[in-house]
Design a protein around this ligand. Structure first.
Ligand code: ADP
Length: 415
């Protein structure tokens, strides 16, 4: 398909330049080495005369009267174009093209097939085998011959440069892949190396804060609390990086179990209670109908919902309400979990991008303590997609946002 498009592009470029003005100046000073393979000596001489009389390029012509002789010439010298009679004493034009393609070094010179009258279907076969063009022998003129050869040479050089470009692109792509893998490995190593000492530092801060190492003043408590939150935040950042590399390298495996969502929501609400209390917002649950137990990775779904609730709490002013509405669409076999807040909302231009990796509204984290890396929603969406579900968002600036998780409630084992 690509080759076809490429050939169409090349033909278009050449059609737009029917008399070769595009390269006439260059072509006139250019030498085009033609190997003419034809057992009709007189016809070969006529073609050579046509070519030599052209001022579009300096043509040099070498003659061979059979395919075998032609291949010998090809072994001895380089040519820019082959002019091949379709009916040679030893091979047909198609066989010559196939032999060139299969046995001669690539790139072999472009081939123009010369056919006797009525030889169009044979010529078409030769073109399918790799010939660049064909000319009916009887109607050949100096102009058509020169044009066919110069077009074939130009097409061939376009084809070569496209092949070079695509091999460069392939190499660049491979390099990017390797770099990406290196970066992922680096993230993973750094994250793991940092997490252990970070956990130790957090533990010592917590112990000191509890007064186990001696009495702590109110001011020290404030400072240590701040230090503790910072440790948690760094740890959350590293977790996000590790999760992203895990997703990127397709190493995240779901551990689905038949689970009652209600229990998960109860656990989730308990874990969010301190954030809800300290932000002084209200968190409500609405079960819109009965949700049967269904198959999902409980920890991963908790991770997604915690992230969405965490954001909802972060962007809602004290006194605001966050609602989690859950319903089962029996017909579609989907469980829908919608988390709505009364926060600042998200502008339409940002709404399209908030699921992109590293995207943050306003470009950076909002404030130092609440700032994330802009990875939370992309991780959440990928986890939901791993469940064959989807995560979408609706929002009105100044009124609030709703993030909706849809998970299939079908039994994966019955598929
Ligand atoms: P981070 O991990 O940095 O918190 P997220 O991927 O979770 O980033 O969110 C991306 C952006 O989406 C955030 O910068 C925030 O501006 C916006 N956002 C996410 N949830 C909400 C919400 N409930 N209300 C308003 N804005 C939100």
């Amino acid at each position: 398909m690509c080759t076809l498009v490429a050939i169409q592009c090349m033909n278009l470029a050449l059609r737009n330049d029917p008399v070769g003005i595009m390269s006439e100046a260059a072509a006139a000073s250019e030498t085009i080495r033609v190997l003419m393979i034809d057992d009709d000596v007189q016809y070969s001489a006529l073609c050579a005369r046509y070519l030599k009389s052209s001022n579009r390029a300096n043509f040099t012509v070498t003659f061979a009267s059979s395919a075998a002789e032609g291949f010998k010439e090809l072994d001895k010298a380089e040519f820019d174009c082959l002019l091949v009679d379709y009916l040679l004493p030893d091979l047909t034009g198609t066989e010559v093209v196939r032999a060139l393609r299969d046995f001669k070094a690539d790139p072999y010179p472009p081939t123009v097939i010369m056919t006797a009258q009525g030889g169009e279907s044979a010529a078409a076969e030769a073109v399918r085998a790799g010939a660049m063009d064909f000319l009916p022998k009887r109607t050949v003129t100096a102009t058509s011959l020169v044009r066919a050869i110069t077009n074939a040479v130009q097409k061939n050089s376009l084809r070569k440069s496209m092949a070079e470009q695509s091999s460069k692109l392939r190499r660049a792509n491979q390099e990017l892949k390797t770099r990406n893998e290196e970066i992922q490995r680096f993230y993973q190593v750094v994250s793991h190396e940092v997490k252990t000492p970070l956990a130790a530092a957090r533990e010592f801060i917590a112990i000191t804060l509890d007064g186990i190492a001696g009495p702590v003043t109110a001011y020290q408590t404030e400072m240590l609390t701040y230090a503790l939150e910072s440790c948690d935040q760094i740890s959350a950042h590293f977790n996000d990086l590790i999760e992203t590399t895990r997703l990127e390298s397709k190493k995240m495996v779901l551990n689905k179990e038949l689970t009652a969502l209600d229990e998960v929501v109860t656990r989730l609400f308990a874990s969010m209670s301190s954030a809800v209390d300290s932000k002084k917002v209200f968190l409500k649950k609405r079960l819109l109908n009965e949700i049967p137990p269904f198959w999902f990775d409980c920890n991963r779904v908790i991770q997604v919902l915690s992230n969405l609730l965490g954001n909802a709490i972060k962007y809602t002013e004290p006194g605001g309400t966050i609602t989690m509405a859950v319903r089962h669409d029996r017909e579609a076999e989907v469980v829908e979990i919608a988390i709505s807040d009364e926060g600042c909302g998200i502008a339409p231009e940002d709404l399209e991008r908030i699921f992109d990796r590293l995207y943050q509204v306003g470009g950076t984290g909002d404030d130092f303590m609440g700032a994330g890396l802009g990875l939370g929603l992309s991780i959440a969406r990928e986890i939901v997609q791993l469940h064959d579900g989807d995560l979408t968002a609706q929002s009105v600036v100044g009124e609030g946002s709703t993030f909706t998780v849809r998970l299939p409630s079908t039994n994966p084992l019955s598929k």
